[in-house]
Design a protein around this ligand. Structure first.
Ligand SMILES: Nc1ncnc2c1ncn2[C@@H]1O[C@H](COP(=O)(O)OP(=O)(O)OP(=O)(O)O)[C@@H](O)[C@H]1O
Ligand SMILES: [Mg+2]
Length: 614
């Protein structure tokens, strides 16, 4: 799928492409994709073997019930009715009763089959839904930074929806239609092989028409899906970027773009209907011509005396019925197409492996909990196969030290934060916590020891209390309040409509960017990690707010190792040590006072900042 935007798509990995566009793949790749989705399907159905067998039994029974009808009609006309004329009632009663039993049993079995298939389908869908969700949570940040949210939303919505459509009705229909065709043909051939030949001949144009339909609808459905995915991506992008859209008066442009995509989607749909509009009447015509041919051939033979009238009636019924499922099959083929494509994409997502992997033999931290000494040993880093961001970083941060990292934008500060918190692994070299490579630590230990607070300071829907308690599940109200007090959040929380029970996403519960950050500080305080990483975490605070937080921050930083990435130099003042980064290297390293006294980059920055304050 070609994205309409120049977002990080350029950096996406080949597996992403496989997940989104099978057309651009080579033969071997597309076979691999097919194998992958079949494997997924097999895996999903594995737990339902008995239920599948039961459903198969039911569908066979219901189809048998259906094909028995015309046969019994032939028997009734050719044997039972003449017998009745001769005074014997039994054959007619028997065939009548047989017809009734076949109809009732067929109906009951058909109903039971639909229910059994629905149960399997719903179980499979739930399983798949959960797998997709679990997988997206399991995948590393690298994946989420390169796979656009619109695409991931399509996986969980429209792709699963396509599978639901197939499983809900389509598949059940396809199976019973196919079976009905086979059984109808076999019954007809057994009843009168010459009519079987007529049907077999008529099947050729029907088959050709169906193949044509499949080819065309495959092409147009692919276009339709691409168009629909683009529409979703555009919509999600506009909605998530609404602030920027409105701030820069982009509405007319985005509207025009959205409209063009909407028109593409409409056109793709119209093309599909165009194909359907030729396929359906074509089949009806073939079906009716077949009936005419069977009637012509059969009628001639009846006159000749080589075919019984009852058999002719049954032949006509079979011929008429034969083409009904073909039409249904053709329609289901569309659902089947979308569902196969959806399954390919979903299986692609499920096949992604986290780039940051859990160690097989995790090393425990000395004495059970971290002291907080950090060491970066000749760390080289690049994102994927992009340019080198850190060309070789050596850095030791003793336990308990507060280090401020400053530097120009793009210098690699956030990258260092992401390596220390192990959202990414170093390309070369190692990051060590208390001497242990972070790649050898169990993620539970690492997450307890190292906590990152970012500028986004994300709040989940729920109460203020729940949001702070995320730092340490199971914390008491007193602990939560103590944490809020420590960072200076307690007062404004009490001012909210329901205090700690205020829902942060409800009217009145909305918090400002600064308050949001104080809440995320409280969360981090409660988590009480050995190492704290703050990435631009003080940037949305106003001056008094910042002073307030400065105090809270000192409480937060006491007795732990901290890396503070800040553009504001007031935050840097509380640090023991300052690192100035340029192009992935540390160019200055020292106590703030020493650096200010010198004439390096930090001294200049500091002087400029001082000037800006007066
Ligand atoms: N997810 C990513 N994928 C690819 N490249 C990235 C990614 N994130 C950052 N980069 C690149 O890595 C380099 C360092 O980025 P980083 O975010 O570490 O800078 P920074 O010092 O935090 O900048 P800022 O002060 O603007 O936050 C930049 O050139 C950036 O383009
Ligand atoms: Mg940054």
């Amino acid at each position: 799928m070609t994205q309409p935007t120049a977002t990080p798509e350029a950096r996406r990995r080949p597996t992403d492409a496989a997940a989104d566009d099978v057309t651009s793949l080579g033969r071997a790749d597309s076979r691999a994709v097919r194998r992958r989705s079949l494997r997924l399907l097999g895996d999903l159905l594995r737990h339902h073997k008995p239920a599948l067998a039961w459903a198969a039994l039911l569908v066979v029974a219901s189809t048998l019930g259906q094909v028995a009808g015309p046969w019994l009609v032939a028997v009734a006309i050719d044997r039972a009715v003449p017998a009745f004329a001769d005074g014997s009632v039994t054959p007619l009663v028997l065939t009548g009763a047989g017809y009734l039993v076949a109809a009732v049993l067929g109906g009951v079995a058909a109903g039971a089959y639909v229910r059994a298939a629905a149960r399997i389908a719903q179980a499979v869908l739930l399983d798949l839904r959960r797998r997709v969700f679990r997988q997206t949570q399991r995948l590393s940040l690298e994946f989420h930074e390169s796979y656009t949210s619109g695409r991931i939303i399509s996986r969980q919505t429209s792709d699963l929806e396509a599978l639901r459509e197939l499983l809900d009705g389509g598949l059940t229909g396809v199976v019973s239609s196919l079976l009905l065709m086979v059984f109808t043909f076999v019954s007809l051939a057994l009843l009168d092989w010459r009519s079987g030949v007529v049907l077999a001949v008529a099947f050729v144009p029907a088959w050709l028409l169906t193949r044509w339909f499949q080819r065309m609808s495959q092409r147009y459905y692919r276009e339709q899906r691409t168009a629909s995915a683009r529409l979703i991506v555009k919509f999600v992008e506009t909605m998530t970027g609404m602030r920027a859209v409105q701030a820069f008066r982009r509405e007319p442009t985005t509207e025009a773009e959205y409209r063009a995509l909407g028109e593409d989607y409409r056109d793709a749909n119209l093309q599909i209907f165009g194909v359907n509009g030729r396929f359906q009447p074509g089949l009806i015509l073939i079906g009716n011509l077949t009936v005419v041919a069977a009637l012509g051939v059969g009628g001639w033979r009846v006159l000749e005396g080589t075919l019984a009238v009852g058999v002719l009636a049954a032949v006509l019924l079979y011929c008429k019925r034969f083409f009904q499922p073909v039409q249904q099959l053709g329609m289901f083929y569309n659902a089947f197409q979308s569902a196969t494509a959806a399954l390919e994409k979903v299986s692609g997502l499920l096949a992604e492996e986290p780039t940051v992997v859990e160690p097989t033999n995790p090393v425990p931290l000395p004495q059970g909990s971290a002291r907080g000494e950090l060491r970066l040993e000749h760390v080289v880093f690049r994102y994927g196969d992009g340019p080198v961001v850190l060309p070789g970083l050596d850095l030791t941060i003793p336990a308990g030290q507060t280090v401020a990292v400053v530097g120009t934008t793009g210098a690699g500060k956030s990258t260092v934060a992401k390596l220390v918190t192990r959202f990414y692994d170093a390309t070369e070299g190692a990051v060590r916590l208390d001497g242990i490579d972070v790649r050898d630590l169990a993620s539970a230990d690492l997450r307890r020891a190292v906590v990152m607070v970012t500028q986004e300071a994300y709040l989940f829907s729920g109460s203020v209390r729940e949001n702070i308690a995320l730092g340490r599940p199971g914390a008491t109200q007193d602990e939560i309040e103590a944490a809020a007090r420590a960072v200076g959040a307690h007062e404004f929380v009490l001012d909210m409509p329901d205090g700690y029970d205020t829902d942060v996403n409800k009217r009145g519960g909305r918090v400002s960017a600064g308050q949001r950050q104080l809440l995320s500080f409280a969360r981090a305080f409660l988590a009480d990690p050995a190492v704290l990483v703050l990435d631009e975490a003080t940037s949305s605070l106003d001056m008094p707010g910042e002073r307030l937080v400065q105090r809270g921050l000192q409480t937060l930083l006491a007795d732990r190792t901290a890396i503070i990435i800040a553009h504001r130099l007031s935050t840097v003042a509380i640090a023991d040590r300052v690192l100035v980064m340029e192009h992935g290297r540390v160019v200055e390293d020292g106590a703030p006072a020493d650096l200010i006294a010198g004439d390096g980059r930090y001294a200049q920055l500091h002087a400029a900042w001082q000037d800006s304050l007066v």
